[in-house]
Write a protein that binds this ligand. Structure first.
Ligand code: ATP
Length: 261
């Protein structure tokens, strides 16, 4: 396949008739990791929900592997190869790691060996109940279960939530490696700007439901003012000093540090 595995064109979506996303266009190519960044409430989760089919677009379109997904149910999208690791992991506390892989996903058999290949620690924890795993191990299990479906598009919502940065620094390169090996496209929603841009090929920044910045990760990392301005809204001009004492790059560092705590 030469075209994008995911293409959002002029997407508008929201809740109860009120748009949250406005005219969002983005692409993810096969094997590419794309970071979707933005402040709390910017619309990142809403974007993933619309791609999964949980929310219907009010305008615009979602295309998967070159074909529009309009009207396809979440089940149909999952069967076509879209896997979603939601915020909060979604593991079953009473089941062991091995049982998570024996459980079919919407009728599909899971490839446990693939998950264990990318996360060998999971194999060692086969007999342990998910409720007894650490947060990092639970996240590994959630991502491993998604990989075990051999998806063509993987959507990951806030992998870092509640995890120490060192754990995230170990998990994200595995996702990167999986994308490279398998050709799966990854859309990574992440609040940890620095960690996400370290593994992503490209990034988009959502601000109040619209794309405010985008580009190769190296460009975005080299231009923290642009990202911070997106986080702070229209009022913040790149390069300007913020409340009395901090410059925009300093604020970006501060935000990242806070997220790392
Ligand atoms: P966060 O990191 O805080 O989850 P986000 O960028 O993922 O932020 P969304 O969860 O997409 O943001 O939320 C975007 C906006 O949509 C917010 O104003 C939120 O209050 C609103 N929203 C989210 N879910 C619902 C819902 N089920 N019903 C109504 N409004 C919602």
């Amino acid at each position: 396949m030469t075209g994008p595995v995911l293409e959002l064109s002029g997407l508008t979506a929201g809740y109860h008739g009120a748009p949250v996303l406005r005219d969002v266009s983005l692409t993810v190519a096969p094997g590419e990791v794309v970071a979707l960044l933005g402040a709390n409430g910017a619309g990142k989760t809403t974007t993933l929900r619309t791609i999964c089919g949980v929310l219907a677009p009010m305008a615009g379109s979602v295309a998967f592997a070159g074909a529009p997904l309009s009207g396809a149910s979440p089940d149909a999208r999952a069967r076509r190869g879209i896997a979603h690791v939601p915020e909060g992991r979604g593991v079953f506390f009473g089941l062991t790691v091995a049982e998570h892989f024996r459980l079919r996903h919407r009728g599909e058999r899971l490839d446990a060996a693939a998950a264990y290949r990318y996360f060998p620690a999971l194999e060692e924890l086969r007999g342990r109940r998910a409720g007894l795993l650490s947060g990092g191990e639970q996240q590994m299990l959630a991502v491993g279960r998604a990989l075990a479906r051999r998806p063509r598009l993987l959507l990951i919502d806030e992998l870092s939530l509640g995890l120490a940065p060192i754990i995230v620094e170990r998990l994200l390169p595995v996702v990167r490696g999986y994308a490279k090996d398998s050709g799966c496209g990854v859309l990574l929603v992440e609040q940890h700007v620095e960690l996400a841009l370290e593994v992503a090929d490209r990034g988009y920044v959502l601000s109040h439901g619209a794309i405010s910045a985008s580009g190769p990760s190296a460009e975005l990392r080299a231009n923290p003012d642009l990202i911070l301005a997106s986080y702070l809204g229209e009022g913040a001009a790149p390069g300007s000093a913020l409340p009395g004492f901090l410059s925009l790059p300093e604020c970006l560092t501060l935000i990242s540090s806070c997220k790392r705590l």
